[in-house]
Design a protein around this ligand. Sequence first.
Ligand SMILES: Nc1ncnc2c1ncn2[C@@H]1O[C@H](COP(=O)(O)OP(=O)(O)OP(=O)(O)O)[C@@H](O)[C@H]1O
Length: 321
Amino acid sequence: MESIISVKGLGKTYAGGFTALKNVDLDIRRGEIFALLGPNGAGKTTLISIICGIVNPTGGSVTADGCDIIRDFRAARSKIGLVPQELATDAFESVLATVTFSRGLFGKSPDPAYIEKLLRQLSLWEKKDSKIMALSGGMKRRVMIAKALSHEPAILFLDEPSAGVDVELRQDMWEMVRGLRESGVTIILTTHYIEEAEEMADRVGVINHGEVVLVEEKNTLMQKMGEKELSLHLPEPLQQVPEALRDLPLTLNDDGSRLIYRFDIKSNDTGITELLRRLNEAEIEFRDLHTRESSLEEIFVGLVRGEREEKAEQLTKETLE
Ligand SMILES: Nc1ncnc2c1ncn2[C@@H]1O[C@H](COP(=O)(O)OP(=O)(O)OP(=O)(O)O)[C@@H](O)[C@H]1O
């Protein structure tokens, strides 16, 4: 599939000597919604800022829609719309004036018909003459998106689009972002809300300590990394997992009244038949039984923790050697 952003060997060491990005390779496909996940300080904003030309990289290269972000800065920047985390707009301006002005900043000739279409798409047309300060938080955020799209970019970056937005508005925002994708815009969002990535993204990238540790189709990721949980309600609570069942991946929850069995989604043999047979043998009765798939959040936490543990192990090994 054709990539619209191509990041190669990208590195960033800040003036103080801190390395925020290490040799990052990443391709964003044209027309997708890509979610960039990572804990605080992982390097998400640094990466976006480099692609948008706000921060200079110390190594590597980036092209946006075929334009090199350094050699061809203006052309590259005109391909990109950025909605930053902070809502910064002129409170006393009207919606229409603000968005029209933003387009002008990119040297694009005025196009009232396009601006109208954009404001309608973002449900802001009714508010076109309102001053920004008179708008609700959700509307202000939509104005930021309208500003970012005013010069008709092919790529839209949304840095934490749901930060401080209530659940209902978040749903609206997701709807709207999907609508933008339908209209052909490629969307890259950073988020701390894993459910946002789970709900919206076509692909997910995880960044940790300045390294892209994983890029995967969301569905594949959830299938590959996911665990399923089988939960059995015990009418007679257990103090501990019986000796005869200790070799199985079982844990007790809810004061011993729930037995949890974890199995791998990708495995052909879930071991459930065997589990039920062994429970029967051990004369453990259960009332109901249901399964649950792990969420992207659990996968993410598992990944980051796994990497941390691996590093700690490596460090211990190195210290001992
Ligand atoms: N101008 C700067 N000078 C020095 N270090 C910086 C600078 N900007 C960011 N950093 C450091 O680089 C690392 C990555 O920061 P970045 O803002 O890219 O992370 P992030 O993944 O966006 O985090 P968050 O989720 O908290 O926004 C952090 O350790 C941060 O302290």
